[in-house]
Design a binder for this molecule. Structure first.
Ligand code: CAA
Length: 283
C-alpha cells in the first residue's frame, strides 16, 4: 500500500495541523471543508506556523513554498477519487461522520484507506457505514498537531493488518510515534486524560481550590506542561463534555459522570479559548 496523496477533511485546528504535517512530510494534500472561508482560515494558520519555522531557522523560504505548493483546497468530497488515504477531522458527531464515510466510500478508489481522527467515537461503527470496514482505522492526533509526537492508532473490529501497517509507516514518516490501541470508548488517551480533567472540574465545583491553584498543583507537583483546567480550555469544554458523555454511555459507570459545572459552562457558551471564556478568560 503506497500512500502519496492525502485528503484531510476539516480545516479547523486539528484538520489544518494534520494537513500541515502531511505536506511537510512530502505528501500531496487536498484540504477539504464545507466553505472556502474555513479553508482560507486553515491555510492562513498553516502559513503562519511555517513562517515561524522559517524565522527560527528550521526551514528555508523555498521549503516553506514547496510545503504550501503541496497543499490544495477543495469543498467537494468527490476529490477523494484522487487520493490513497482520507483523514477525517470533522466535527465529533456520529451521524455526520457516518454520512461523510458513506459518501467517501462512493468516491474513493477501492484501495483508499479511510481514517478518522475521532477522539472517542467507535471506529467499528464508523466503519460499518462503508462497504470497506477493513480499510477504516482511527488515526488520533494530539493538539497542537505540529508539536505533539503521539498518534494513537485505533484498530476497528475489522481493520486489516496491512492497513494498520500502512498507517504505522505513514505516522513514522510524519515524524510522529505510533501507539496501537483497540476500539474501546475514549481509546487510551481520553480514557485516562478526561476523567482527570473532569475531577479537576469537580474540585473547582466543590470549592476545594481555585482553577489557578489546581493548575499550579498539577504543573509544579506533577510536571504537567499545562494544568488540567488550562488544558480543558485549550481542548474546548464542549469537546471535554462530549468525550465524558461518550465514556459515561460506553461504560455505563458513574465514575465517568460529567461534572455539572462542565455542563453549565458549555450551556453558557463558555467553551474555553475558542470563545474567549472557560475556566479562564482570553483576550
Ligand atoms: N501550532 C504549532 N506550533 C505550536 C502551537 C500550535 N498551535 N502551539 C505552540 N506551538 C509551538 C511553539 O511555536 C513553540 O515552538 P518553538 O519552541 O519552536 O518556538 C513550542 O510549541 C512551545 O510553545 P510555547 O513556548 O509557546 O509554549 P509551551 O512551552 O507552553 O508549549 C504546548 C505549548 C506545546 C501546547 C504545551 O503547553 C503542551 O504540551 N501542553 C499540553 C498539550 C496537550 O496535552 N495536548 C493534548 C491535548 S488532548 C488531545 O489533543 C486529544 C483529544 O482528543 C482531546
Amino acid at each position: 500500500m503506497t500512500i502519496q496523496k492525502v485528503m484531510v477533511i476539516g480545516a479547523g485546528q486539528m484538520g489544518s495541523g494534520i494537513a500541515q504535517v502531511c505536506a511537510m512530510a512530502g505528501y500531496d494534500v487536498y484540504m477539504n471543508d464545507l466553505k472556502q472561508e474555513f479553508l482560507d482560515r486553515g491555510l492562513s494558520g498553516i502559513t503562519k506556523n511555517l513562517g515561524r519555522s522559517v524565522e527560527k531557522g528550521r526551514m528555508t523560504e523555498d521549503e516553506k513554498a514547496s510545503v504550501l505548493g503541496r497543499l490544495q483546497t477543495t469543498t467537494t468530497l468527490e476529490d477523494a477519487k484522487h487520493v490513497d488515504i482520507v483523514i477525517e477531522a470533522a466535527v465529533e458527531n456520529m451521524d455526520i461522520k457516518k454520512k461523510i464515510f458513506a459518501e467517501l466510500d462512493q468516491h474513493a478508489p477501492a484501495h483508499t484507506i479511510l481514517a478518522t481522527n475521532t477522539s472517542s467515537l467507535p471506529i467499528t461503527e464508523i466503519a460499518a457505514a462503508t462497504g470497506r470496514p477493513e480499510k477504516v482505522i482511527g488515526m488520533h492526533f494530539m493538539n497542537p498537531v505540529p508539536v505533539m509526537k503521539l498518534v494513537e492508532i485505533i484498530r476497528g473490529l475489522q481493520t486489516a493488518d496491512e492497513v494498520y501497517g500502512a498507517i504505522e509507516d505513514m505516522t513514522k514518516k510524519l515524524s510522529k510515534v505510533p501507539v496501537e490501541v483497540n476500539d474501546f470508548p475514549g481509546f487510551v488517551s481520553n480514557r485516562v486524560l478526561m476523567p482527570m480533567i473532569n475531577e479537576a472540574i469537580f474540585t473547582v465545583y466543590e470549592g476545594v481550590a481555585t482553577p489557578e491553584a489546581i493548575d499550579e498543583v498539577m504543573k509544579l507537583g506533577m510536571n504537567h506542561p499545562m494544568g488540567p483546567l488550562t488544558l480543558a480550555d485549550f481542548i474546548g469544554l464542549d469537546t471535554c463534555l462530549y468525550i465524558m458523555e461518550t465514556l459515561h454511555e460506553g461504560f455505563g459507570d458513574d465514575k465517568y459522570r460529567p461534572c455539572p459545572l462542565l455542563r453549565k459552562y458549555v450551556k453558557a457558551g463558555w467553551l474555553g479559548r475558542k470563545t474567549g471564556r472557560g475556566f479562564y478568560t482570553y483576550e
